[in-house]
Design a protein around this ligand. Structure first.
Ligand code: GLN
Length: 317
């Protein structure tokens, strides 16, 4: 029989954190070369794969970073998190009439479930669900992608976090599956704007560039009951709780169970190689490394987060 130590909520020790982050950096770079950068658009394919950055921000506003934490990269599907935060804040629970809250178990751009489930996407973090959220924001704003861009600029306190027009053009030029998804949503009466207008918003939000430091800042409110040092992010109580729950169950597509097993934090990933994660009541953290695994999630990013929650004992479990 093994001996048990009594359960205590472990608080992050910020004195040893710089050392822990250096150790993580040293260890994860051993995995360079094991994954593959996103190659569906030339500008993403050209990114140097051997890069790693990590930034952590505590709810007291202390910041720690290592590696290429201030290098901007394409946030891709991490934008689905910000779009959901915005839509939920504007419309509240109404949004759940058009999109579900269950993991899909399918690749992020799959069309398979959409028809059989009557045009209601499983969750807002797969492409079909995010396109519905873009449509919801498009009903509220005349320039919806700019609305999302401004929301992110406010959350991160940095107006330089903008849509990269070259990435946006690449998204559009290669977005055949997303166009199919949007058309199916339209045919099944779950898209209110024009297909092109909604897709324009979706492609542009995917093309926003940010760095790890700003991503950690922008997600601080999820760790801090809806408030950050820059802003009060949500008008309704408990919005952070809802969003964190969806991150935990749907944030890494069909690899979400594995991520919860290894890391144990609500998180959202993107094919640009970024992952943001939240330790409620403690910190938000962003990692970036462009090499992806077969599910489209950053290989080194996941390894770094697993090491972080193991070395600091700060998973939610
Ligand atoms: N732009 C990508 C797409 O729409 C985003 C996917 C992702 O980051 N998983 O497919």
């Amino acid at each position: 029989m093994t001996l048990c130590t009594p359960y205590q909520t472990q608080q992050l020790d910020t004195n040893t954190l710089p050392e822990v982050m250096e150790r993580i950096y040293r260890e994860v770079v051993e995995d360079y070369g094991k994954g593959k950068v996103a190659d569906y658009i030339p500008v993403l394919k050209e990114v140097n794969p051997r890069q790693f950055g990590m930034a952590l921000r505590t709810i007291d506003g202390e910041e720690f970073s290592i590696g290429q934490a201030s290098a901007p990269f394409s946030i891709q599907s991490i934008s689905k998190l910000f779009a959901l935060m915005l839509a939920l804040d504007i419309y509240g629970e109404e949004i759940w009439e058009r999109v579900g809250r269950e993991p899909s178990g399918m690749r992020f751009n799959s069309l398979l479930l959409l028809e059989s489930e009557g045009g209601i996407p499983r969750n807002p973090f797969i492409n079909a669900g995010a396109i519905v959220i873009s449509d919801i924001i498009a009903a509220y704003s005349s320039i919806p992608a700019k609305r999302i861009q401004d929301f992110i600029a406010g959350l991160s306190n940095n107006p330089d976090n903008r849509i990269d027009p070259v990435v946006a053009a690449g998204e559009k030029a290669t977005g055949f599956l997303n166009t199919a998804i949007a058309n199916l949503l339209k045919a099944l009466n779950n898209l209110h704007s024009d297909v092109d207008r909604t897709l324009d918003c979706y492609f542009k939000q995917c093309a926003i560039s940010m760095n790890c430091i700003d991503l950690a800042r922008a997600t601080e409110c999820l760790a801090n009951r809806g408030c950050s040092n820059f802003n009060s992010c949500f008008s309704a109580n408990n919005t952070h709780k809802r969003i964190n729950a969806i991150m935990l169950t749907c944030g890494l597509y069909d690899a979400v169970g594995n991520f919860a097993y290894h890391v144990g934090l609500p998180a959202k990933s993107g094919v640009g190689g970024g992952i943001v994660a939240v330790a409620p009541g403690q910190y938000s953290v962003a990692v970036w490394s462009p090499e992806l695994d077969d599910y489209g999630n950053s290989l080194l990013g996941q390894a770094a987060l697993e090491k972080l929650t193991s070395y600091t004992q700060t998973s939610v479990f």
